[in-house]
Write a protein that binds this ligand. Sequence first.
Ligand code: PXP
Length: 261
Amino acid sequence: MSVVPIASQPQFLRLGVNIDHVATIRNARGGLHPDPVRAAQVAAEAGADGITLHIREDRRHVREDDLIRLALAVSQPINLEMACTDEMLAIAVRARPHAVCLVPERREERTTEGGLDVARHHSAVAPFVRTLSDAGARVSLFIDPHPVQVAVAQALGAPVVELHTGAFCEALALGDVTRAERELGLLREAAALGAERGLEIHAGHGITFESVGPVAAIPQISELNIGHFLVGEAIFIGFEGAVRRMRSLMDQARAGAIAAE
Ligand code: PXP
């Protein structure tokens, strides 16, 4: 019998539900409705293992008060996405979320368009990894699926990387099969390399009911963070239904990958 190294063994896949875009809708009118914290509670009931949120510099969706209310309202671990700025660092140290994911941020972008280029900005990122780790957060670096980014993330001492799935999901949505296969190959290689180097592997961005299967089947990935599609799909099937269906699709894909081992 061959022994599979622990890092490459298929494992339980956690779902982190990102509630940012519930707040986008709330903010479109000001006021309190829909409340992203209520959405987090619904997501938790529907099978989310964690709740993710990204406080952006321009506060276009969630704000610090949402984070504070969230921490009081749900028992699931909270994953705060943030840019490497002193303002965000102070918020994270005050709020003490379970995990912090460092992401790039440009004011003019519509969403987080690429991973954090840790190879280029390692000396700027390093103190954030250190300070957040010292404050007790499990630090993750949101990177493009590239071997150099994975190696530098490890050298920076972050225990987790989150692989940016946006390019794969976009190619799939556009029906560009060749590009989708290439991008999926990059995700598979980066996940295997990261796990070999002892990193915990997460993935996210742009994931839909269509794209979740191939990503969930990558055995080294232990967590997916999904937001925009779930909030959009909630218009048609409800937020609880959208989270439940996503959970079921990712569980099916992971079970299929285990069975194919
Ligand atoms: N993971 C990270 C690090 C992100 O920045 C985002 C977007 O905020 C997501 C996951 C979720 O992406 P989406 O909203 O496209 O599902």
